[in-house]
Design a protein around this ligand. Structure first.
Ligand SMILES: [Zn+2]
Length: 456
């Protein structure tokens, strides 16, 4: 068990292309503070050197001094309803949707939210330039090849970032061409150094991998510069803002979680600021259906019709009551903004092979919730179909000690229509909990709502 744990963790560390931060920083340095993107993002420009890791933080709650948010709120959206691999060929599918979404965020959302979306985009961009990602090699060769370089050498002084296209469509096509060029460039480097990697001749490998890192930096600088230039071309001139008083929870971290606001039927979404205020700028003049999501509550607001040039401010909305301390987002499976096949804030996964039967079982994985040491939490459910048996649906809790995506989880007993609630207490080992619904049916047909809350 312990050996398995170590293996999983070590593999994880080794599979990450080391210099994401250095590449993003060197690209920003080459652009300089006068670049349109840096001007647009202002103080949040520097966040990109961290947010460039975003896609490696999938299915995590990110907790920092000045922010708390679920990474999937800037990784999963209607044009990218699942997590993609960061290696060729699959990573190619990320370029167009995340490029458009990042550009949309620059135009319509706060600088901080825009920086988060750009972080997701440039994670896929920079991962692609890693030689083993470009060539699509896994295993020990992969890890050595992408980590045998001195990240301190990543600088591109004097490089002038290129505009990849004059308008959105041209820039998107230009970006994809630039990425195809980067794949070709890094594939050649991978082929050139592969024998030296396998022969453990690190000194010969490093300069070749550095060439890829530098080309990746130039591509990143081009991309960021292009986004900054295009951000100024607006797609509309209406705005929509408001303030939401979120449910009070006594949870020290989740009480800092922003409210998510999505405009149903569009790719527009945003996360609120600390006090619950939110704003969309430069929206087209059409009718929108805002839906808000917080722990314990999803609420659809009346449709709003925006006139061209209008600045509509919604009445402040207090939804602080009636969630009974529930820490689960989308607890009644109402919100299906991302996709009609899934449920927002729930990740769909096939369970382990031994459980595969005639009709496929699906694990719906809830979001990871941090537990406070010494506090007891209770899981309960209201059943839609009380006649359903444990065969049809099981609800259980997975726990882990660390927030990282791959850390090996432990599982609780299952809650079924016949069993009472489940309780767990936070400890050093049981520091994170995730509610899983394992079922052959669509969960909302069996379960009315799930509640996970602290008990006194
Ligand atoms: Zn990655």
């Amino acid at each position: 068990m312990l050996r398995l744990a170590c293996f999983v963790l070590c593999t994880t560390t080794a599979l990450a292309w080391g210099p994401h931060t250095e590449i993003a920083q060197a690209a920003l340095d080459a652009m300089g503070p006068g670049d349109p993107l840096a001007k647009h993002l202002g103080a949040d420009t520097k966040c990109l050197a961290q947010y460039v890791w975003m896609a490696d933080w999938r299915q995590q709650l990110l907790v920092r001094a000045d922010e708390v948010f679920y990474s999937d709120d800037v990784l999963i959206f209607p044009a990218a309803a699942k997590h993609f691999q960061h290696i060729c060929p699959e990573v190619r599918q990320t370029y167009a949707p995340y490029f458009r979404r990042a550009l949309q965020a620059l135009r319509t959302e706060s600088p901080r939210n825009a920086a988060r979306w750009i972080g997701s985009l440039i994670h896929f961009t920079t991962d692609t330039g890693s030689p083993p990602h470009a060539l699509g090699i896994l295993g020990p060769t992969h890890s050595k090849m992408e980590n045998w370089l001195d990240a301190k050498l990543i600088h591109i002084p004097g490089y002038k970032p290129q505009l990849l296209g004059m308008d959105d469509a041209a820039a998107e096509a230009g970006f994809i061409r630039r990425m195809e060029g980067l794949i070709e460039f890094s594939k050649q480097r991978a082929e050139r150094c592969r024998a030296d990697v396998d022969g453990d001749r690190r000194a010969l490998v490093e300069p070749v991998v550095l060439e890829s890192a530098l080309e990746t930096t130039r591509v990143t600088a081009d991309l960021l510069h292009t986004l900054g230039v295009l951000a100024a071309r607006s797609i509309g001139d209406a705005s929509l803002s408001g303030q939401i008083i979120a449910p009070k929870t006594n949870h020290p971290t989740l009480s800092r979680l922003p409210v998510k606001i999505v405009l149903a039927g569009t790719t527009f979404s945003t996360l609120s600021e600390a006090g619950g205020s939110f704003a969309f700028h430069h929206l087209p003049a059409v009718e929108f259906r805002p839906v808000i999501s917080t722990p314990g509550r999803v609420m659809e607001l009346p449709p709003v019709k925006l006139a061209a040039g209008a600045a509509m401010r919604l009445d402040s909305l207090d939804i602080s009551k009636d969630t009974a301390g529930n820490l689960i987002r989308n607890p009644a499976f109402q919100l299906r903004w991302v996709s009609a096949e899934g449920f927002d804030h729930w990740n769909r996964r096939k369970p382990p092979a031994r459980l595969a039967g005639a009709s496929p079982q699906i694990d719906w994985e809830g979001e990871w919730i941090p537990l406070v040491k010494g506090i007891t939490y209770q899981l309960s459910a209201q059943w839609q179909d009380a006649a359903a048996s444990g065969e049809d649906v099981q609800i259980f809790i997975r726990t882990k000690a660390r927030p990282v995506y791959e850390s090996p989880p432990g599982e609780s007993a299952a809650l079924t229509p016949g069993s009472p609630e489940l309780r767990i207490t936070g400890t050093a080992e049981v520091a994170w909990a995730q509610v899983i619904v394992r079922t052959r049916k669509s969960p909302e047909t069996v379960i009315e709502t799930i509640r996970f809350h602290s008990v006194p």
